[in-house]
Design a protein around this ligand. Structure first.
Ligand SMILES: [Zn+2]
Length: 65
């Protein structure tokens, strides 16, 4: 899995469909993950994610099951 080498500015979850949108400081990397894609990322890429998610990692809801 490749994650952009750019810090995350904001993450938000769509309340209607569960898609997770990630905004990077470099908006070139902005993208939206489906609920399933996001689950896989959390399971397989948590270490990588922790680096880029540091600005928002105080919000625990993205790291719980
Ligand atoms: Zn939606």
């Amino acid at each position: 899995m490749n994650l952009p080498n750019s810090p995350v500015k904001k993450i938000y979850e769509c309340r209607s469909c569960g898609h997770v949108s990630i905004k990077f400081w470099d908006s070139h990397y902005d993208r939206t993950y489906s609920k399933e894609e996001w689950r896989v990322i959390l399971e397989e890429g948590l270490q990588a994610l922790k680096k880029i998610l540091r600005p928002v990692s105080e919000d625990p809801k993205f790291f719980t099951n």
